[in-house]
Design a protein around this ligand. Structure first.
Ligand SMILES: [Zn+2]
Ligand SMILES: [Zn+2]
Length: 372
């Protein structure tokens, strides 16, 4: 009911009224107060293409998006990140003049228009107001690129063998894995400033501790490795804060696929090494066995360096035994049937070795590791 009421300013009796004012007079007095930045200055890194502004940073190449799309998204979220209002509101962005073409042509200034809709009183209509924000682009080498160029790194990743050198295939596997992780990374703060492969193993300088830890974990999972972290004091910041560099030491298993070992008074070839267990194949019975890795590593003895590789021919099956001929001396001798791989057929040649004056035969599925 509006009977008997009138607007305190214009005197109209046509309601509704809020604070004794009609809708028109109410909005004449009303000021919309939204704090928006008038201007946003973005940095564009000429080295890596990263677009950044305080607290936000995106590399269009890494996220595989066009520059204009990234710039627009960043600008929009920066414009709206801190809007607060006691009055219910909504907003929408109008079309802007940011385009890939203009960016490529070197334009450095753009305009974004945002319209706010407010509804201060439920009885009254919604009102709108347009705001304009200027977007500027300034070329500046980003912090990551400066760090990269100066070789800055927070961590060192060392990949080593346990009581042994790395095999060439392992060096390659580690190198490929690092490369893969770099390619998969969507953050340009993940980089390596240096990779060295030498007699010690693989060593890489890693941009951040977090990335180094990620890499250490990946190698651990993939290669049944173990890792530990050491902290070295490298410097002090201006405000006397200690700066540490982390070294992630990743140790690959002492025994790996293809190793010839003595364990529990038998001769074996390692089929696979996992985090907690080792799978062995007995070269006396050609049977697989799983052994707890810790237990195995305590007493196993590697014999790779002592074997003399040879070739043989499987001549005939004599029931309980078989007849084998050495290909170097054409000497025939009997062996228990279990001693040669079950998949061998009569007439086939097979590879093996002499160790402690006994002959052993390799299964087809695993090759022996080269002498270290
Ligand atoms: Zn009025
Ligand atoms: Zn950069």
């Amino acid at each position: 009911m509006t009977k008997g009421r009138f607007c305190a300013i214009c005197g109209t009796t046509k309601g509704p009224f809020v604070k004794n004012l009609c809708e028109e007079c109410y909005f004449k007095e009303y000021t919309i107060d939204v704090k928006l930045p008038k201007q946003l200055i973005f940095k564009l890194c000429p080295s890596c293409g990263t677009i950044s502004i305080t607290g936000m940073s995106v590399n269009p190449f890494l996220v595989e998006q066009d520059f204009d799309i990234v710039l627009r998204e960043l600008a929009r979220s920066k414009i709206t990140e801190n809007i607060k209002s006691d009055i219910p509101f909504r907003y929408e962005f109008k079309e802007d003049d940011i385009s890939l073409e203009k960016i490529n042509q070197g334009y450095k200034k753009f305009k974004i228009i945002i319209i706010f809709y407010f509804k201060p009183e439920i009885q009254f209509r919604e009102i709108e107001k347009e705001f304009e924000v200027e977007i500027k682009i300034r070329k500046a080498t980003c912090e990551q690129c400066i760090r990269y160029k100066t070789g800055y790194h927070e961590a060192v990743l060392q990949v080593r063998g346990t009581n042994r050198k790395l095999h060439e295939t392992e060096e390659k596997e580690v190198e490929d894995l690092l490369q893969q992780e770099l390619e998969n990374s969507s953050s340009n703060s993940n980089y390596l400033t240096d990779i060295q492969i030498n007699k010690d193993g693989v060593t890489a300088n890693v941009s951040t501790k977090l990335f180094a830890e990620e890499l250490a974990k990946k190698i651990k999972e993939k290669m049944a490795a173990r890792y530990s972290v050491a902290y070295t004091l490298v410097t002090q910041t201006r405000d006397k804060q200690d700066v540490y560099r982390n070294t992630y030491l990743v140790k690959l298993p002492e025994f790996i696929k293809g190793d010839i070992v003595n364990f529990a008074d038998k001769t074996w070839i390692v089929i696979n090494t996992k985090a907690e267990e080792v799978i062995l194949l007995s070269l006396e019975e050609h049977k697989e066995k799983k052994i707890n890795r810790k237990k195995f590593e305590k007493t196993a003895k590697k014999r790779n360096d002592e074997i003399f590789e040879r070739e043989y021919m499987y001549l005939s099956d004599e029931g309980d035994s078989i007849l084998v001929m050495t290909m170097d001396t054409y000497e025939n001798f009997e062996e228990p049937k279990d001693k040669i791989p079950k998949e061998m057929q009569i007439g086939e040649t097979l590879k093996g070795f002499i160790l402690d004056e006994k002959n052993y035969y390799f299964p087809k599925k695993v090759k022996p590791n080269k002498k270290s």
